[in-house]
Design a protein around this ligand. Structure first.
Ligand code: GDP
Ligand code: IMO
Ligand code: MG
Length: 427
């Protein structure tokens, strides 16, 4: 396999950053293809912890080309801040490429994100308030600003004027402050100047890499259950984190995707509102939250906790063609006597193993569990599958048996080295 997608199988925060960083050690290119700084990807190596938001997880290796592809929505101020803070922490040489076709998250998008959430009140989505959905809305409304526009002064003026005709009306109708063309124009032209050296046609670049047989990792943000089409709509993000969206969002042909690695926690978490069939709110949930440090990387919100839901996992496997799994945070389950694994739901008196399309119906689904014996041993230093306690081995084998997908790797700690490979991804 040369071109591999790393995709979250749940509601985000599955450890995509960690697994991308691990696999990136053998890759030539790492590509973020959707989302924006709603993502928070944690990487730990050499005793240092980094939380990346917009920048791909290959940035620490100067041989790797890091791409922010056309499917992303980029807040360029946040990007400059992220780069500056990495440089302060020692990042010296790196390769970064930003698609000229990626959408720009403008300040009014952030205002509108907040306003929607406030107006939705009880029905709010619980967004990260980073302006992600309003930026994607403008893309579809054809009034979006793109990264390439910022380096073309005359064209940018025209695009910004057009956008502000509509945006200022919208802001005023929400009782929000309107934006003057001059202040935004000068500020964003300046930002464009700073980022100019990175902005290019990344589709041309990626196709050249493909022609050179480069190893390419596509790093998903969020997770399949937050997909606009296949997730728990409306409690989703505004893009598609699934592997199917990679070709469009990176400007390559679908025939070049060789494999999809699904990243899945050994349990489930969710930040924000929306259905969560296997959610638990007891002492075990708190134990998992503390041991797994389950607090949002971006918003610091405590993450909701639940048992591993294999209906969710099978759904993600189906919509994305996941052919290998990486199970993360297995160490967090240590010390739990009985571990539950959801294999189907009870819905209206029937057993189902799919996800209903409406939230109304999904909220009526009750999980059916099998209970497996847990383990007491600390597994954070193990180096191979056979070192795991029998109970942990059984847990992983059960996941494979029910999903019918191989576990190619699993993870027993946040550090890059705490990763056990059962099957090589890049051949
Ligand atoms: P992402 O958004 O999918 O990249 O995931 P996040 O970085 O938001 O959240 C995953 C969290 O789990 C981070 O704090 C990681 O450092 C941590 N992590 C990843 N893998 C493991 C693991 O196997 N064990 C433990 N204990 N922590 C892990
Ligand atoms: P990573 O890449 C977890 C959630 C938000 C909210 C919903 C919509 O770190 O896994 P948005 O701001 O995107 O409009 O919010 O999606 N969400 C995430 N949850 N991890 C993420 O990213 C997320 N990005 C968005 O909490 O419920
Ligand atoms: Mg995250």
């Amino acid at each position: 396999m040369l071109r591999v997608v790393v995709e979250g199988c749940q509601w985000g925060d599955e450890g995509k950053g960690k697994i991308t960083d691990f696999l990136a050690q053998q890759a030539d290119v790492v590509v973020r293809f959707q989302g924006g700084n709603n993502a928070g990807h944690t990487i730990v190596f050499n005793g240092q912890k980094y939380a990346l938001r917009l920048i791909p997880s290959g940035i620490f290796n100067s041989n790797i080309k890091n791409v922010l592809a056309n499917g992303m929505v980029i807040n360029p101020k946040a990007l400059i801040d992220e780069l500056d803070s990495l440089k302060k922490r020692g990042l010296k040489s790196y390769q970064l490429f930003i698609s000229d076709r990626a959408q720009v998250v403008m300040p009014y998008h952030i205002d509108i994100d907040g306003a929607y959430e406030e107006m939705l009140a009880e029905q709010k989505i619980g967004t990260t308030k980073r302006g992600i959905s309003p930026a994607y809305c403008d893309k579809a409304s054809r009034i979006g600003i793109r990264m390439g526009d910022l380096v073309n002064p005359t064209y940018f003026a025209q695009r910004l004027k057009t956008a502000l005709i509509i945006k200022n009306k919208e802001l005023a109708s929400f009782g929000l402050k309107e934006y003057s063309f001059e202040s935004l124009y000068n500020e964003y032209l300046n930002i464009g100047e700073k980022l100019k050296k990175y902005i290019c046609d990344t589709s041309i670049m990626l196709n050249n890499e493909i022609n050179n047989n480069s190893k390419i990792l596509f790093e998903g943000a969020q997770g399949a259950m937050l997909c606009m089409d296949h997730g728990t709509y409306p409690f989703v993000t505004a893009s598609s984190p699934t592997a199917s969206s990679v070709p469009l969002n990176a400007g390559i042909s679908p025939k070049y995707i060789d494999g999809v690695v699904g990243i899945c926690k050994a349990y489930t978490t969710r930040v924000g509102e929306g259905p969560f069939a296997t959610e638990i709110c007891d002492d075990i949930a708190q134990q998992i939250r503390e041991k797994g440090n389950e607090y949002g990387t971006v918003t610091k919100r405590p993450r909701r906790i639940g048992w591993l839901d294999l209906v969710v996992l099978k759904h993600s496997i189906r919509v994305s063609g996941i052919d290998n799994l990486a199970i993360t945070l297995l160490d967090v389950l240590e010390g739990i006597d009985d571990i539950k694994l959801c294999y189907s739901y009870n819905f209206d008196g029937k057993e189902i193993d799919y996800i209903p399309s409406t939230i109304d119906d999904y909220n009526k689904c009750l999980p059916n569990y099998i209970t497996l014996k847990g383990w007491k041993e600390d597994i954070s230093n193990i180096k191979k599958f056979e070192d795991l306690p029998k109970e942990a081995q059984n847990y992983l084998r059960k996941i494979e048996e029910i999903t019918k997908v191989n576990i190619a790797m699993f993870s027993v700690g946040a550090d890059r080295n705490q990763t056990i490979v059962l099957k090589k991804i890049f051949k």
